[in-house]
Design a protein around this ligand. Structure first.
Ligand SMILES: Nc1ncnc2c1ncn2[C@@H]1O[C@H](COP(=O)(O)OP(=O)(O)O)[C@@H](O)[C@H]1O
Ligand SMILES: [Mg+2]
Length: 238
């Protein structure tokens, strides 16, 4: 059984359908990357999985249990956290407060404090800036905070939408390396990316086009396939 099973998932906005009935699985302990041009439906997919958007039809199972139909807090409680597109940290709150609020589902104060320390070990920059207002952080630091806040709920599955958007290539690599470490420490990861620099970290690669999945395979397969690279990643990606 896969940790995440997505079956014929459909959703959209108002009367407008976006996801055409997509199906894919993610195995426990893996890193899956979702590629695709702007407007392909990547954000719609992770927002639907996170319970931010309603499921029109289809089913999502997590650890064998149906989770489609749950609201966003219910999905977090089930063990899935999203670092949303555009970061959306709380600008008027400190780094520490942002992290603490990310742990709202947890009641074990000691465990929460330990996770804060773990976030600081992943991102020492956040430790240095823990009393600073999040709105005064650089873009890269805000991305670190958004990821850190997501892992404060101790998810089994971490989803990151546009992990490297707007970051320098060097900072993007730093973020990918930390995400890879979070994965090594036992968290299953889904990353939405347009930067092919993430490929070495991908066990599984998915490509979306117009609300449908057009590729689902091993990261190496996609990496080796010059054709796929050209067709799907040649334009609109770095
Ligand atoms: N809030 C919204 N209202 C209406 N349409 C939307 C909304 N958000 C996204 N869409 C549409 O859904 C489609 C997929 O968008 P999105 O999931 O954001 O793509 P991606 O993340 O791959 O760039 C696009 O056609 C987009 O215009
Ligand atoms: Mg998007």
């Amino acid at each position: 059984m896969s940790l995440l099973e997505v079956e014929e998932l459909r959703t959209g906005y108002g009367a407008l359908p976006v996801l055409q009935g997509i199906s894919f699985n993610v195995e426990e302990g893996q890193t899956a990357v979702i590629f695709g041009l702007n407007g392909a439906g990547k954000t719609t997919t992770v927002n639907c999985l996170a319970g931010v958007l309603p499921t029109w039809s289809g089913e999502v199972r997590f650890d064998g249990k149906k989770i489609s139909g749950k609201d966003a807090p219910g999905i977090v409680r089930a063990g899935i956290a999203l670092s949303p597109e555009g970061r959306r940290v709380w600008p008027g709150l400190t780094v520490m407060k942002n992290l603490e609020l990310g742990a709202w589902v947890r009641k074990d104060a000691k465990g929460v404090a330990e996770t804060v320390e773990q976030v600081f070990s992943y991102f020492p920059r956040l430790d240095e800036r823990k009393d600073q207002l999040a709105g005064t952080l650089s873009g890269g630091e805000q991305q670190m905070l958004a990821i850190g806040r997501a892992i404060m709920s101790k998810p089994r599955l971490l989803m990151i939408d546009e992990a490297s958007l707007g970051l320098s290539p060097k900072l993007a690599q730093t973020v990918f390396q930390v995400v890879s470490q979070i994965n090594d420490d036992g968290t299953t990861v889904i990353i939405v990316e347009q930067n092919v620099g993430v490929l070495p970290y991908a066990d599984q690669a998915l490509i979306m086009e117009k609300g449908a999945l057009t590729f689902d395979g091993r990261g190496e397969e996609l990496e080796k396939s010059g054709e796929l690279r050209k067709t799907y990643l040649g334009e609109g990606a770095e």
